[in-house]
Design a protein around this ligand. Structure first.
Ligand code: PLP
Length: 381
């Protein structure tokens, strides 16, 4: 099956051979009516599943009331969304700045750190990905993206991920921020031990730099806690969010510590669309659905089932990651495996490593759906 690219679209992505028409829960249907179990979630975006009725209702209701007004006025729905998100964030993260995407969240997190410290540089890590606008792409640890962003913003430096001594050597008095994905997704789902995160926190405190967690993928319950921030007793100063926070309505956000927030003046930062009513209605409903439907508990139980089932397959070398952000290391290239899964009605992601499949399913994925996927994986492999 091949799906033609529309002649009117710039060919920015290699398209999967499928044309999706609708979705419900963890299932999507193509234009011919064939169903697919979606373990990719539109790239970790369909957090509450596709078209969750409470999200759809919240968006519909908000669209009928007020489609848009900018940040020059207060909006009840923005107040509710910000309070709902901050209620889940560990102290000292106490304020939220709404933007529109993950890359914009990272741009603003870096700017907040630079302005607060009066320093210029940012330390990020090999394997990391933070978005495609100038500053964020300059922080990419995957060289192919950094190259696409040339000329890069000056003052970016890289260290190997997971190597504390290397970070110590790289973080001098010019470094305003240490920016990392706590679980590097695109790099093939790579993480580090608790001591590494604790060491980075200590290093930032000693050298006067700010610690930024890029939680664009790990945030909002995906890894089995609401945020990665707070895990291992480590509190970052800034957290960038996007992907699933609006369950599909475009939205990004930066969580800001009290100390940094106190130095921000009106007009220092801005965006026209960020914090718009539609996105805020979706984000507020997303938080409530995650909490009230106990989706984090579902992620933990589902993750155990997935990891146990996949680890038992002889062709699987390793399953890494946490919650519903998993990398499945195969003993063979994953491209034909993904194609065979797609033909059987299962969507999974690839990664920067040719032998690592990525699973980023909706947080509502059920045990029955997991078992169906495990049977398909066993047959395909
Ligand atoms: C960890 C991480 N940070 C940032 C981004 C950029 O987000 P966006 O595409 O919304 O700009 C992505 C996107 O894949 C991501 O995975």
């Amino acid at each position: 099956m091949t799906v033609e690219l529309s002649a009117a679209e710039l060919p920015t992505y290699t398209r999967w051979p499928v044309e999706i028409a609708r979705g419900e829960g963890s299932t999507v249907w193509d234009t011919s009516g064939k169903s697919y179990l979606d373990l990719y979630g539109g790239h970790a975006v369909a957090a509450t599943g596709h078209c969750h009725p409470r999200i759809v209702e919240a968006i519909r209701e908000q669209a009928g009331e007020l489609l848009f007004y900018s940040n020059v006025v207060a909006l009840p729905v923005r107040t509710r969304a910000s309070e709902a998100i901050i209620a889940q964030a560990p102290a000292p993260l106490s304020k939220v700045f709404f933007v529109n995407s993950g890359t914009e969240a990272n741009e603003n997190a870096m700017r907040l750190a630079r302005r607060f410290t009066g320093r210029s540089d940012v330390l990020s890590f090999h394997g990391g990905f933070h978005g495609r606008t100038s500053d964020a792409i300059s922080a990419a640890g995957l060289a192919k993206y950094r190259e696409l962003g040339r000329p890069n913003v000056p003052g970016h430096r890289l260290a190997p991920f997971g190597d504390l001594a290397a970070a110590e050597a790289a973080a001098d008095e010019k470094v305003a921020a240490v920016l990392l994905e706590p679980i590097q997704s695109m790099a093939g789902v790579v993480t580090a031990p608790a001591s590494y995160f604790q060491g980075l926190r200590r290093l930032c405190d000693e050298r006067g730099a700010k610690l930024i967690y890029d939680e664009v993928q790990t945030g909002f319950g995906r890894t089995g806690t609401f945020f990665f921030a707070g895990r291992h007793g480590v509190m970052p100063d800034l957290v960038s969010l996007a992907k699933g926070i609006g369950s599909g309505v475009p939205m990004g956000a930066v969580l800001v510590s009290e100390g940094i927030a106190q130095t921000v003046q009106p007009e220092d930062y801005g965006t026209t669309f960020g914090g718009g009513p539609l996105a805020c209605a979706a984000a507020e409903a997303t938080v409530r659905v995650i909490l009230e439907e106990k989706l984090i508990e579902n992620v933990r139980a589902g993750s155990r089932r997935l990891v146990d089932g996949l680890s038992a397959l002889p062709a699987v070398r390793e399953v890494r990651g946490e919650g519903f952000l998993l990398g499945v290391v195969l003993d063979r290239p994953c491209k034909p495996v993904r194609q065979a899964l797609l033909e059987r009605g299962f969507l999974v992601g690839g990664s920067d490593l040719p032998d690592v499949l990525r699973l980023l399913p909706p947080l509502v994925l059920t045990q029955e759906e997991i078992d169906r996927f495990l049977v398909a994986m066993s047959k395909v492999l």
